[in-house]
Design a protein around this ligand. Structure first.
Ligand SMILES: CC(C)(COP(=O)(O)OP(=O)(O)OC[C@H]1O[C@@H](n2cnc3c(N)ncnc32)[C@H](O)[C@@H]1OP(=O)(O)O)[C@@H](O)C(=O)NCCC(=O)NCCS
Length: 157
């Protein structure tokens, strides 16, 4: 079993992020969108690195923005070769740890209604459906499911 290390993403990770992004989404984010999120002090950007390589190979990432009343999951993706090993679960659990002192903010995200793998993952981690945004995705006009999770708090859920 390989070891996975979680650490903050930096600009030097952009090339690897872009590769996973292209393999993961029909309409991938551009490199400058990632660079913009990485530059914001209020964002949480976590990378999961497979330590089989020297300094580790990026296997997945999580990008979260801080809003007034919520932490908004903007992007989460795991390289197809590394899926089903708990990496997305690990990065989301790291988010809950990092924000456990923030009792004012819950967590929210949008997900394609057809993305049953991601929806099952979020539900397992305590997210619930809070509504639909009709035609949210511009490539195929697919609806987005809005999901919400209450603040975690120091004692966990
Ligand atoms: C959605 C996504 C991020 C999940 O990443 P992942 O690392 O495979 O997720 P996890 O491994 O934590 O959990 C996924 C499944 O693997 C299973 N799993 C977790 N650890 C496992 C392990 N060690 N061995 C086998 N299976 C495992 C989980 O039970 C889960 O199954 P589920 O379908 O019952 O939920 C990934 O599929 C992806 O990048 N998809 C494309 C981008 C995308 O859709 N992002 C979400 C947009 S909102």
């Amino acid at each position: 079993m390989t070891t996975v290390e979680l650490r903050a993403l930096g600009l030097s990770d952009l090339r690897a992020i872009e590769e996973i992004e292209r393999r993961s989404y029909p309409t991938p984010w551009s490199r400058s969108m990632f660079a913009g999120e990485l530059a914001k002090p209020s964002s949480i950007c976590v990378g999961a690195f497979d330590l089989d390589g020297d300094s580790g190979t990026l296997a997945g990432y999580l990008i979260v923005s801080r809003y007034v009343d919520a932490w908004h999951v903007m992007n989460i993706a795991v390289d197809p070769d590394h899926r089903g090993r708990g990496i997305a679960t690990m990065v989301l659990e790291r988010l809950f740890e990092l924000t456990a002192d923030d009792a004012r903010r819950g967590y929210t995200l949008e997900v394609r209604v057809s993305n049953s793998t991601a929806i099952a993952l979020y539900e397992r981690l305590g997210f619930e459906s809070r509504g639909i945004r009709r035609g949210y995705y511009t490539d195929n006009r697919e609806d987005a499911l809005i999901m919400w999770k209450d603040p975690v708090g120091r004692d966990g859920v």
